[in-house]
Design a binder for this molecule. Structure first.
Ligand SMILES: Cc1cc2nc3c(=O)[nH]c(=O)nc-3n(C[C@H](O)[C@H](O)[C@H](O)COP(=O)(O)OP(=O)(O)OC[C@H]3O[C@@H](n4cnc5c(N)ncnc54)[C@H](O)[C@@H]3O)c2cc1C
Length: 478
């Protein structure tokens, strides 16, 4: 007899915790994820600044789930969910396929938002993926190398100016780490530049850094950033970004900041899949494209579909949507699994989902962080130790935890950065892939040619205008 089929889209915090919580449930799970690894996004900025390797924050999903027999892991991007027939269409590498489900958990996270200016992304990568982090690493370390070669002081200054857009936790952490690189790790390693002269500029359209942490911690963070030499430009709006600079507007008027290295850490939006699922299910989305869900995290009118984490909108006790943080996704994943199990065991449904806020924290530099936990507001060394312990706890895999702690010791106690390797492919692949299109296109054509060859081993004589090779035939058949 076929068991209940649960499909999960997304192996982030929401998807992974839901799957783990279903390990003993009488279900067969199909997990569809666009990458072969689970990504611990909170430490992406440390990959971008050479503290950690990408493997430490991105363990392979198959390894994470190797002891769970009821899961089939499939690589691919879910493109479309037919909520009526309960079928997911997936664009996989070299092959497209479909997955049928009885219950669906959609936890596809969020993507970077450039507030309608997607063209900025070419010059100011965001911080959402391993590709982003490795590209930024190549750009940041590359900028110091190129500055060292410049003889024109203006060009040198342009290469030594780093602009981070967005003064939320990611932007603050990123600016803090670049400042540490410039002031603590790199000095003494270049003959023609003094890395300490690098300018690190943090820009935000609102009037405070770490806006959601409250006045006290925001002020503390601002003071620490100033002490580290970060220039903070608040109430400043980015109006244009190009290869050699960034244009901003503030009460001081219009200004151009020449800079070769820009980082975008402002704004997120739900992925296109969220709108597609909502449309198919007849549900509403908010302005950021997140699905408005019921209190039990199901999509209205579809008790068999759960939407979790960053791509759902559910009001918290204060009436505002729950934040896009890991704990909302983790607790949502555990909750959805509980509902599914109770249904299958014919037990009453649990109470509506209730988010337990465990607090939020952000690091500013080594030995300095801010943390807001319940009524407590902490800053400085103690908050940093808390940050350290929490992040090690939630990293997946013992090996990753161990090597991460070693790399932190190298970077925070010593003056080294263990992961400074950056390749030209990492720096320039984004542009190349834009030109090249779907990288699996050639593989697909070759696969189709093989299929034709198998069906027709001796090609018959063709009219000269007809395709002659199997590859040409496959392309013509498209
Ligand atoms: C740079 C950064 C720093 C952060 N720092 C913190 C922090 O310090 N503390 C904190 O609590 N939160 C932090 N967050 C937020 C936190 O990471 C997210 O809230 C959390 O990851 C959301 O979990 P999720 O399961 O909803 O989505 P994600 O963890 O984003 O997972 C989504 C998964 O879905 C996959 N996917 C997406 N689309 C598809 C598709 N169409 N088909 C198949 N697979 C798909 C992706 O590959 C990914 O594996 C940070 C986020 C970022 C980007």
């Amino acid at each position: 007899m076929q068991r209940h089929r649960v499909a999960v889209i997304g192996a982030g915090f929401g998807g992974l915790f839901a799957i783990r919580a279903l390990r003993n449930a009488p279900v067969d799970i199909t997990l569809i994820n666009g990458t072969a690894y689970h990504l611990f996004q909170p430490l992406l900025y440390q990959v971008a600044t050479g503290v950690l390797s990408e493997g430490e924050i991105a363990p392979p999903i198959r390894e994470v789930l190797k002891r769970q027999d009821n899961v089939d892991v499939k690589l691919g991007w879910a493109q479309h969910v037919d909520t009526e027939n309960k079928v997911i269409s997936v664009h996989g590498p070299s092959i497209d396929y479909t997955v049928e489900y009885d219950t669906l958990i959609v936890a596809a996270g969020a993507s970077q938002s450039y507030f309608g200016n997607d063209q900025f992304s070419e010059f100011a990568p965001g911080m959402k993926s391993i590709d982003d982090a490795l590209e930024l690493r190549a750009r940041i370390f590359g900028a110091f190398e190129i500055a060292d070669l410049q003889t024109d002081p203006e060009a040198q200054e342009r290469w030594l100016t780093f602009v981070v857009v967005g003064a939320g936790p990611t932007g603050v952490e990123m600016a803090g780490q670049i400042a540490e690189l410039a002031h603590r790790n790199l000095p003494g390693q270049y003959k023609h530049i003094d890395p300490r002269k690098a300018r690190i500029i943090l820009i935000d359209a609102v009037g405070a850094v770490l806006n959601t942490f409250g006045d006290h911690l925001s002020t503390r963070a601002l003071r620490q950033l100033h002490l580290m030499g970060v220039e903070v430009e608040l109430n400043t709006k980015v109006v244009d970004v190009d290869l050699t600079g960034i244009e901003v507007e503030s009460e001081r008027g219009h200004q151009r900041i020449p800079s070769m290295t820009k980082v975008w850490a402002a704004g997120v939006q739900a992925p296109a899949l969220a709108r597609q699922v909502a449309e198919s299910a007849g549900a509403e989305t908010d302005r950021a494209g997140r699905i408005m869900v019921n209190p039990d995290l199901t999509v209205p009118g579809h008790p068999e579909i759960f939407a979790l984490g960053d791509m759902m909108n559910l009001a918290g006790p204060d009436g505002r949507p729950l934040p896009g943080v890991a704990q909302v996704a983790i607790q949502g994943g555990n909750y959805a699994a509980k509902v599914i199990e109770k249904r299958l065991r014919n037990k009453p449904a649990p109470d509506p989902f209730k988010y337990f806020d465990k607090g939020s924290m952000a690091t500013i530099s080594r030995f300095s962080a801010v943390a807001s936990v319940g009524k407590f507001r902490l800053s400085g060394f103690f908050a940093w130790i808390m940050w350290l312990v929490v992040h090690v706890f939630y990293l997946v895999g013992f090996k990753n935890r161990f090597t991460t702690v070693v790399h932190w010791a190298v970077s925070f106690l010593g003056r080294g950065r263990s992961e400074r390797v950056a390749t030209e492919q990492q720096a320039f692949a984004r542009r190349a892939m834009k030109e090249y299109g779907d990288p699996y296109q050639l593989v697909r054509a070759a696969e189709e040619a093989e299929a034709l060859k198998a069906a027709d081993p001796v090609p018959t004589e063709k009219h000269p205008s007809e395709p002659t090779t199997y590859a040409e035939k496959a392309t013509a058949a498209k």
